[in-house]
Design a protein. Structure first.
Length: 78
């Protein structure tokens, strides 16, 4: 999943996506442990997608804080 696609998702959809990815990652790690894993590159893709989601969530949180601080400072100036 690309960053642009992730940015288009709502916060609830991001949480759902994270849950699904963590579940799939856990299953793939289990397959790897028992020697049945065939799609080894999928683990790396999942880890990168999880990292992208966390990065975008952090960006959104920081943006919300910045907006709140700007609103407070503009109200204080009035």
């Amino acid at each position: 999943m690309k960053a642009a696609e992730i940015r288009g998702l709502s916060d609830e959809q991001l949480e759902e996506q994270l849950t699904e990815l963590h579940s799939e990652w856990r299953d793939l790690r289990f397959q790897e442990a028992v020697g049945k894993l065939m799609a080894t590159s999928r683990i790396r893709e999942i880890r990168k997608t999880i990292a992208r989601i966390h990065t975008i969530r952090t960006e959104r949180e920081r943006e919300a804080i910045t907006r709140a601080n700007l609103a407070d400072s503009s109200q204080a100036a009035s």
